[in-house]
Design a protein around this ligand. Structure first.
Ligand code: ASP
Length: 441
């Protein structure tokens, strides 16, 4: 009998999780049951994915660089990647700004709703901590992000998922030096990392066997911890504008895949879908990264020389969904609070949202921290920031789930485009978790 495809299993898990979570909200003690007994399954799954992120980046980037026959290729890949990332992000912000200006979701919000949202969320600890984190980031010098990219202790960098860019820096430095000592001298280390790479990718396959159950737990928990449905409804128009923008962005990626990479966009979406579904369920592009890498390499055919650089860098610096959302949210807040925003203000949004998406961490809710910086850049009064964030807080989690899907899809698309340009887009060679199982069982 033909096995059911992974994306269908995950999708069924998600739907059952939503239904289960919904049913539990009606039972006395149901919410506590989900958060105490079901949610830990999802948390373990996310931890397992994060567990292998650093070994995977290390092994695959070293393998990728050491497979390069000449270093100048790496410079081409790097430059292309950064330029395409910036371009797609500008397209995303522009789509967001155009939609929010056409549909003006903030103008229809009544004063009572603004008051209700403010009273419910403005002093909420989560909103306050986002403002505090943004203030800490803003007080740094402009070049601080480059300084932060350079580790002073390789082992410390390798021991923290939050220091992904430091790991990438160290690994590229290591890989290039490896090329420079010549093939013979580098061989022992190369063999170790080649093998480590295969092992970690196998770990991804094994973790993914539990994905359908884990997404059940993750989504049931999202449903039981979601906000009051009345507040969600009041923000429906705003949420719909964000979602419409995100869908347009996915269509834009499909266009790029078909016109530039010359591949069928439906095939692309099908092959990448397990990563998209996990991005939706976990709201974290960093946690999804191992799966994105596995799908792009083994199922889409992007060579490791490209994917091992483009994807980890993209997970941290390329967030098209997040920047689109920042554009829409900033204008929505300005509209709802009657804060005038001229063309100059909108252009400031394009620039700061671009920088903010580069600076956002690839974890749930990070986009909202950077939104504070975008709001401050357009001169939004500091004492109203908490009210501004309170306005959109109720729908932030569902929108975070959707924008993370776009963040991940954007990274995968760009890796295809760069691979195509470098002649590194080949025929995918799918590996199954049990390819060697008979030999060891
Ligand atoms: N959750 C997003 C990500 O990890 C970031 C954000 O928009 O909050 O990609």
């Amino acid at each position: 009998m033909k096995k059911m495809a992974l994306h269908w299993k995950i999708l069924i898990g998600m739907l059952l999780g939503i239904l289960f979570g919904f049913a539990m909200t009606f039972l006395p003690g149901g919410k506590d049951f989900v958060s105490n007994w079901i949610n830990p399954l999802g948390t373990i799954f996310v931890k397992l994915l994060k567990l292998i992120a650093i070994p995977l980046i290390l092994a695959s980037l070293i393998k990728g660089i050491s497979d390069l026959k000449d270093i100048s290729k790496f410079r081409n890949i790097g430059l292309r990647t950064i330029v395409i990332y910036i371009m797609t992000t500008i397209v995303a912000i522009t789509i967001g700004l155009v939609l929010v200006n056409i549909f003006q979701p903030g103008n229809g919000i009544s004063t009572e709703t603004v008051e209700k949202l403010t009273n419910t969320y403005a002093s909420n600890s989560s909103v306050q901590s986002k403002i505090a984190t943004a203030a800490a980031q803003k007080s740094q010098s402009p070049l601080q992000f480059i300084v932060d990219m350079v580790p002073d202790n390789a082992f410390k960098a390798l021991s923290s998922n939050g220091l992904m860019l430091q790991v990438i820096f160290f690994t590229i430095f290591f890989g290039i030096s490896m090329l420079l000592i010549g093939e013979k001298a580098a061989k022992p280390i190369k063999d170790i990392f080649d093998s480590l790479n295969d092992i970690v990718l196998k770990m991804v396959d094994l973790i993914m066997l539990t994905a359908p159950y884990a997404v059940f737990a993750l989504l049931a928990n999202v449903v039981v911890s979601s906000s009051d449905p009345d507040l969600l409804l009041a923000l429906l128009k705003y949420a719909m504008v964000v979602v419409a923008g995100l869908l347009l962005m996915i269509s834009f990626y499909c266009l790029l895949v078909s016109v530039i990479a010359k591949k069928n966009p439906f095939w692309f979406l099908k092959e990448i879908s397990p990563a998209q579904l996990l991005a939706f369920s976990t709201s974290s592009s960093a946690a999804t990264l191992p799966v994105t890498m596995e799908r792009v390499e083994e199922h889409i055919g992007v060579d490791k020389e490209v994917s091992s650089f483009v994807l980890p860098v993209g997970a941290t610096v390329n967030m098209d969904g997040t920047s689109l959302y920042q554009g829409v949210a900033a204008v929505f807040i300005a509209q709802a609070l009657g804060y005038p925003l001229d063309l100059g203000g909108q252009l400031t949004i394009v620039l700061t949202a671009l920088l903010a998406s580069i600076g956002s961490a690839a974890v749930p809710g990070a986009g909202m921290v950077m939104l504070v910086i975008v709001l401050e850049a357009i001169g939004f009064p500091a004492d109203k920031l908490a009210i501004g964030l309170a306005l959109i807080f109720a729908v932030d989690r569902p929108l975070d789930m959707c924008r993370t899907v776009v963040n991940v899809t954007g990274d995968a698309t760009v890796s295809m485009l760069v691979a195509k340009a470098e002649g590194k887009l080949g025929i995918p060679k799918t590996k199954n978790w049990d390819d060697h199982y008979d030999e060891v069982k």
